[in-house]
Write a protein that binds this ligand. Structure first.
Ligand SMILES: Cc1cc2nc3c(=O)[nH]c(=O)nc-3n(C[C@H](O)[C@H](O)[C@H](O)COP(=O)(O)OP(=O)(O)OC[C@H]3O[C@@H](n4cnc5c(N)ncnc54)[C@H](O)[C@@H]3O)c2cc1C
Length: 385
């Protein structure tokens, strides 16, 4: 009989799986990470790379603030593309300004630093910002951005050097709980033995446990993104979130005025139809990532989301973005979409399939922000650390 090779096998090399492997390794466990593609291709490499605990509810802000510390700690040892340039929420009317003031008070109570900016301060810090759009802003100086593709590749490289075994092109097709541990079978015939398995499969619901996912309340969201050509002589620091994000993000749902403001909204608008809100982030090489939109389908019907890009959505994102910033160029270099999974009833999906086989996915739109902090607590719980 094969010896137990690993304390933990993590299935899925996105941000959630990678940080589970990271914390398990830190805790002294022998870890393998199995990723089905030759390098990660999921939500983790298709996003903005905004690490914004300020946008999360109180529970996830806690994980997000832990993640900030973890990213910064790793960055102090090796460059994983972390830039601390803060995040700003830009209000476009009095209601959004009211929500910013209330969020500032909530964060003061939570001892999380935020600074209210006047219109003039916003205009002087953010070049190209339209004076017709902005009323004021709320700035979170501790927040960071990462370049998602660089960050995940470098963290995995670091883990490899530290002794975590990472296998790419390793699609896990079966996990079997045996008396002495779990056998993990890969499509190409390889198998691994582990005391525990954690499955962080993102939105792949067809390979492992399809029936379990079919019966869950998981849904998949499709988000459209655009990348401008490099902006000549133009710097847009940090994460820029605007009025529609203020009206959408969980953090603001904790503000006293939120419900009344939501109730006054017109539900029959193109931005509501496509779940559009406007975010900007400049990449290290000068492009600006613009997004995004949200279309939803239940896990078992996710193919209904299609593989094409809806140009009506792109046009809407661009028109709204132009109202907010006059960028040197709105020429588009790339367009793509990403998918993430989320639960309808809970903030994350966790399911212990057998004693030592645990699924964790459905982290929704908060994975780049919350995964590092959440994974640490989850590893500590599962291994009684
Ligand atoms: C367009 C877009 C923009 C976003 N912007 C932000 C942002 O700015 N900030 C933020 O905090 N969050 C953001 N998010 C959310 C964030 O990207 C996700 O929450 C996060 O990446 C989810 O990570 P994950 O590891 O769960 O999933 P994924 O990144 O999808 O990773 C799952 C991995 O598991 C692998 N896998 C699946 N099944 C198997 C199997 N059987 N065997 C082996 N491997 C398998 C897949 O190949 C994949 O690599 C955004 C998401 C999208 C789509």
């Amino acid at each position: 009989m094969a010896e137990v090779e690993y304390d933990l096998v993590v299935v899925g090399g996105g941000v959630l799986g990678t940080f589970h492997a990271y914390h398990a390794h830190k805790a002294g466990l022998k870890v393998a990470l199995l990723e089905k593609d030759h390098k990660p291709q999921g939500a983790t490499v298709r996003n903005f790379g905004q690490v914004v605990p300020s946008g999360m509810n109180t529970k996830w802000q806690r994980y997000g603030r832990k993640s900030l510390r973890i990213y910064k700690k790793i960055q102090s040892k090796l460059d994983i593309s972390v830039r601390q340039e803060g995040s700003i929420y830009l209000a476009s009317d009095d209601e959004e300004m009211q929500l910013l003031e209330e969020l500032r008070q909530i964060n003061k109570d939570n001892e999380y630093m935020s600074i209210l900016f006047t219109k003039a301060q916003c205009l002087s810090r953010y070049r190209g910002l339209s004076p017709n759009y902005v009323k004021g802003g709320l700035f979170f100086p501790e927040e960071i951005t990462v370049e998602p593709r660089v960050m995940i590749a470098r963290v995995q490289h670091y883990l490899r050097k530290k002794g975590v075994h990472i296998f790419y092109s390793a699609q896990v097709v079966e996990c079997l709980e045996m008396a002495r541990g779990v056998t993990v079978h890969v499509a190409d015939g390889r198998s691994f033995m582990a005391k525990k398995v954690i499955i962080c499969n993102g939105s792949d619901f067809k390979t492992l446990y399809p029936t379990v996912f079919k019966e869950s309340d998981l849904e998949v969201s499709k988000l459209q993104m655009l990348l401008t050509k490099p902006q000549p002589n133009f710097m847009l620091p940090g994460s820029i979130l605007t009025g529609l994000s203020i009206r959408r993000y969980e953090a603001f749902a904790e503000c006293p005025s939120y419900l009344a403001i939501k109730n006054r909204e017109d539900d029959d608008t193109p931005e509501k139809k496509w779940g559009v809100h406007i975010l900007f982030k400049q990449t290290v090489d000068g492009h600006i990532i613009l997004g995004d939109s949200h279309e939803y389908a239940d896990a078992e019907r996710m193919d209904d989301l299609g593989f094409d890009l809806n140009m009506e959505i792109d046009d809407l994102i661009l028109a709204k973005a132009r109202e907010i910033f006059q960028l040197p160029t709105y020429d588009i270099a790339q367009r793509w979409y990403g998918l993430y999974s989320q639960c309808k009833s809970k903030d994350i999906y966790q399911n212990t399939i057998e004693r030592n086989i645990h699924i964790v996915t459905g982290i929704g739109g908060k994975g780049m922000t919350g995964s590092a902090g959440f994974a640490r607590e989850h590893i500590n719980q599962l291994f009684n650390i």
